[in-house]
Design a protein around this ligand. Structure first.
Ligand code: GLP
Length: 259
């Protein structure tokens, strides 16, 4: 794991976006795994700026998103399809037909998940997977207690995730939040060739500490990234606060990145 600790989330988002821009320049047919949540929005804005400045093009890039709520159509303003269209796809030159988000309205959800896995495999696998992290240490919607070998499937949200995500729903009401989702599995995520995880703000302190310095455990599914040999964790100072070796990580990553 490479832990990059920046003063601000803006700085961290710029570095992460640059990593993606460079990778797309190198391989215009890159396969991206994408994430939702408030955390990657700044990075998506930076990626869009690079497209506007004609530094890079996503015309041949394909993407697969991590997850989607069961029961929300892509037109619902809290669906992850809607989020991706608004926060990234409409701002860059990617072909919408090359973007994939699990269908939360699928009649046969398990078949939808199976199809998704097959599509990713056919595309040659994910080159770079973007991740956020839940305050309980989940990645995608892989809640505590999920097997670290799990594949894309129907998953059940914990009360704490429902509470965290309620702020984005109608009047912030928890009962508006779906209790189930379709989510890439931890095993699926860990097959990506490179991983970029973003974690910002004080409420991610415990999750970041557990992910990086706790044992590998299904209680914090992000800890599975300890077994990945090209995982980059971009933190701001607030989210990195509880890391015991934060000074060492900061020095090591800065040296490696030539900063
Ligand atoms: C949801 C998503 C995760 C995301 C998390 C954190 O649970 N399924 O992919 O990482 O929210 O969201 P935020 O970035 O808004 O804190």
């Amino acid at each position: 794991m490479e832990i990059v600790i920046c003063k601000t989330k803006e700085e961290a988002s710029k570095l992460a976006a640059q990593m993606i821009t460079d990778a797309v320049k190198k391989n215009p047919k890159l396969v991206l795994g994408l994430a939702t949540g408030s955390t990657p929005v700044l990075m998506y804005n930076e990626m869009a700026k690079a497209v506007k400045a004609k530094k890079v093009s996503y015309k041949q890039v394909k993407s697969w998103n991590l997850d989607e709520y069961v029961g929300l159509p892509g037109t619902h303003d809290q669906s992850y399809r809607y989020f991706m269209n608004k926060n990234l796809f409409e701002k860059i030159d990617i072909k919408i037909s090359n973007t994939h988000v699990l269908d939360g309205m699928a009649k046969d959800p398990e078949a939808e998940c199976k199809k998704y896995e097959e599509q990713i495999k056919k595309a040659g696998g994910i080159d770079i997977q973007v991740l956020g992290i839940g305050s309980d240490g989940h990645i995608a919607f892989n809640e505590p207690g999920t097997s670290l070998a799990s594949r894309t499937s129907v998953v059940y949200l914990t009360p704490s995730t429902i509470k965290d995500n309620a702020r984005l729903f109608f009047k912030g009401k928890e009962k508006e939040v779906p209790t189930r989702a379709l989510s890439m599995g931890v095993g699926t995520i860990c097959e990506a060739k490179k991983i970029i995880l973003l974690a910002f703000g004080e409420n991610k302190q415990n999750a970041v500490q557990q992910m990086v310095e706790g044992g590998v455990s299904q209680f914090c599914t992000a800890s599975a990234l300890q077994l990945h040999n090209d995982a980059w964790i971009f933190c701001d100072e607030a989210s990195a606060k509880k890391l015991k070796l934060k000074k060492y990580y900061a020095w090591r990553s800065a040296t490696k990145m030539g900063k």
